[in-house]
Design a protein around this ligand. Structure first.
Ligand SMILES: C[S@@+](CC[C@H](N)C(=O)[O-])C[C@H]1O[C@@H](n2cnc3c(N)ncnc32)[C@H](O)[C@@H]1O
Length: 251
């Protein structure tokens, strides 16, 4: 199961708050050259472009499905290309990434590289989840550890690359950031029931599992996942405290 733009967009209202928080830290100037790393289906890249007058915004993503959806939003000053974040090069006034860098390994090398492509006077602005110890994540691995899923996954367990907030502050300083704002915040979401948690995860954290699991096991995996979530979150509505790291660094 690849990235699915429609499923991902199901929770777009919940994703708007961290985007707004990140935007509030950006120095808005006329005519910025901007790259959005892991732009997904594109609506937030479009909002980024709309908020920056006269900017040239390039959204990149490795998923053909997400890119196809994003391309529909292309206009003057807003374009999209299929490219891996690892391969990014060039010089930009703003290097922006919202809810995507958690998919890229080795942040101790990645963050200095991303800061190095920021033009002097520009900014690196990042938001990414840091809630990987939440049951929505740990239950995925609980389900994946039992048969027939363990064999279906060949023992695969996704390893998240996100570091602690202090480590990002250290890395940014060591990489030459002239100023920085780094913080972690819990975004409160109230969802109808535990199935909504499963639906949310099926658009993100479950993607690498479903990509590896034989198609005939997808439904059984989801049913087992929903059952354990229901046990862990029996009440309705369900409170989902979603922890995220945000940072902006100047160069
Ligand atoms: C959770 S979505 C975020 C989309 C958008 N930025 C937003 O906030 O709505 C993560 C996106 O990162 C992309 N992605 C993951 N790893 C990537 C990589 N190594 N290079 C480029 N894109 C990647 C995925 O294809 C997906 O579209």
């Amino acid at each position: 199961m690849p990235w699915d733009p429609q499923r991902y967009e199901q929770f777009k209202a919940e994703r708007a708050a961290p985007f707004q928080d990140l935007m509030s830290l950006i120095n808005v100037r006329e005519g910025l050259s901007v790259i959005d790393l892991g732009c997904g289906p594109g609506p937030l890249t479009e909002r980024l472009a709309d908020a920056l007058p006269g900017s040239d915004v390039l959204g990149i993503d490795s998923s053909a499905e997400m890119l196809a959806s994003a391309q529909e939003l292309a206009r003057e000053g807003l374009r999209f290309e299929q490219r891996a974040i690892e391969d990014v090069a060039g010089e930009f006034d703003l290097v922006f990434s919202h809810a995507a860098l958690q998919w890229v390994p080795e942040h101790s090398a990645l963050i200095p590289k991303l800061l190095s492509i920021v033009r002097p006077g520009g900014q690196l602005a990042v938001q990414m989840p840091s809630n990987f110890s939440h049951p929505t994540h740990t239950i995925i691995d609980e389900v994946g550890a039992v048969e027939p899923f363990a064999s279906g996954l060949n023992g695969y367990v996704h390893s998240w690359s996100v570091l602690g907030v202090e480590q990002y502050a250290d890395l940014l300083f060591a990489s030459g950031a002239t100023e920085q704002t780094v913080f972690e915040k819990v975004y409160p979401h109230v969802l109808e029931d535990s199935d909504a948690l499963a639906d949310w995860m099926s658009g993100t954290a479950l993607v690498p599992y479903m990509e590896r699991l034989p198609a005939e096991l997808h439904e059984r995996f989801m049913a087992a996942y929903r059952d354990l979530l229901r046990e862990r979150f029996p009440r309705k509505p369900v409170f989902f405290g979603f922890r995220r790291i945000l940072f902006v660094a100047g160069r």
